[in-house]
Design a protein around this ligand. Sequence first.
Ligand SMILES: [Zn+2]
Length: 437
Amino acid sequence: MPITAQHMREAIYPRVDASELMGALNPIKAGSAYKLDCPECKGSRRAFYYPGGSHVVCNRRDNCGATPSVWDVLESLGMTSAEIAQDLHAMAGIDLPDDEDDRPSRTTRSTAAIVQDVLGAFLKCDTAAWRYLTHTRRYDDAEIDTTVLGFYPSAQVVGAKLKEAGADLALCREWDVLPKRGSESRFDNRVVGYWQQPDGTIRLWGRSIDGADPKYTFAVGTSKARPYGWARAIGPSVCVEGHLDQYALRTMGIPAAATGQNQVTADQAATLASNGVRELIFLADAGEAGYEGILRTIACCEPLGIVTSFSVTREGEDDVDALRAGGRVETVHDMTHDAINGGVFIAQQIIRLTDEFSAAHTDRIARLYRLRLNLTDVSRMLHDRLLSSCGVEPVADEESMMRVASAMSRSGMSLDAIRHQLRVRYGMTIRFTAHDG
Ligand SMILES: [Zn+2]
């Protein structure tokens, strides 16, 4: 009965709140996460666990830095592998896998597996790529083990090794793992990962390790419709542009997905919406490109009923990965907790541009007002409430808050977690009052 780390990460962890199995570590709710005793350094409630997350993360990186997987934590608490597998599958509502595997065809699967093996082995022996991950990105070995990454020295070297390992080379060319004859590879000297496609095949993405532009490259014909690493999770979906940033968030216990560009696209929004996502947090970069990406994400997601929130790294400030490397895990957790609603973001921009009284802003302001028409009820209510502080009539809409709360409840969030989200994201509280007769 093969239960792989990948299966746990993609199919099981996102669907479970494993805190109830970690009672010995004294978990208490803190926002949408739990604080609990660190299983490594034993520090009292120094570690974080996010329901839906795959790891427990100790927040005192300098002292400890432990990032054990949920599985390892449960093992350290005395559960056997069989018990862990059984309990977590039951919680996720998923049958334990048996030996039968009717996923994509044998050639497809084995060539995909060979590609991952070959490129993964290059990563372990290529000192430049390893140095990039361990020094520049400051991952430790255990963290690299939680990723599914490889290294691509050159098309020639990779081609020879794939042939030797028995991969279907025609398939490799079709997937752009090897360049078509006469064209150049777009992955030479890059750390690479594998983007699962809707048809079960894979396409590579590459991240430069020597400052080469562009930072990220993608195989010809890559479908980005399913955000990289996305799995249905309890609570809001967290998205970020870069694949390595996505891994950075994961090592901090936040189940995140990568969009592969500075926005959530219409395709991705459709995939998320049809999978029941009702709330999304996008971690955007500062600057004009980040701003543009936020507006496009709002335009793609909100009409489909996904309430958007944004957290923007301020200019000159560290990005997610630098914060992680610096041990500032709590700052990153705060960023996701305190993300600004999309409607509020638009209202802030309208106020800012209006205050500047420049004719040059007319088109931009008009665009922002058009975007308002796309907003979900919740975001529009928040938008209008902020604008009302500038003299526009406020819109009070308890019904839309009810809809948000019930969507959260259906996604499995506890009442405490819903209360917290409504408070930080919408400035609302819910209270039930008993009265007699
Ligand atoms: Zn610790």
